[in-house]
Design a protein around this ligand. Structure first.
Ligand code: CUA
Length: 176
């Protein structure tokens, strides 16, 4: 088909072709279906995490994280404290250039309130190999209730570009 102007100057008064109408209707209805599925999947499909966010200062978040680390560190790994907080408690993980700190250790099938905040720029919390992604902003405490149902070693990868060390910004969560 050549790209030529329509033969009639006033082309928009011509009736719309039947296939075109069918296509528009199908696309519109499918869009509606997906819109309602988005809401449905939020509850039933375990997608689109329900999280809470609160304003917090970098100092305030550091203070709470340090208090948890002091109380519940069980060992060290490559200079990082490994923290094993009691089930049901508030657990903190700091995002900063360029680390996720500290290493967390959870118990399988127990729930925790995981708090995430950045001390500097925006970072992305991506839990591997599961498909959980959250933006972590400075000034906000993002809270997610997590109940790990698989034991193992999980990596936290930063998936928002945050500078020269972005690709080395890795964290760890153990589930026992
Ligand atoms: Cu932090 Cu990229």
């Amino acid at each position: 088909m050549a790209l030529t102007p329509p033969s009639a100057r006033i082309w928009w008064h011509e009736p719309v072709a039947k296939v075109e109408l069918i296509w528009i209707t199908v696309a519109f209805l499918w869009g509606l279906v997906m819109f309602f599925m988005m809401i449905y999947w939020h509850g039933a499909g375990k997608q689109n995490l329900s999280n809470e966010a609160y304003r917090i200062t970098a100092e305030g978040f550091t203070e709470r994280t340090n208090a948890m680390v002091e109380q519940y560190t069980v060992r060290e790994e490559a200079g990082y404290p490994v923290v094993h907080p009691p089930p049901g408690s508030d657990v903190y993980m700091i995002a900063r250039l360029w680390q996720w700190w500290p290493i967390l250790e959870f118990e399988k099938d127990q729930s925790y309130r995981l708090h995430l905040a950045s001390l500097d720029w925006q970072h992305g919390f991506s839990l591997q190999p599961t498909n959980i992604n959250l933006q972590v902003h400075p000034g906000y405490d993002m809270v997610v209730t997590v109940t790990p149902d698989q034991a193992g070693e999980f990596s936290v990868v930063c998936n928002e570009f945050c500078g020269i060390g972005h690709h080395m910004m890795l964290g760890k969560i153990y589930v026992k």
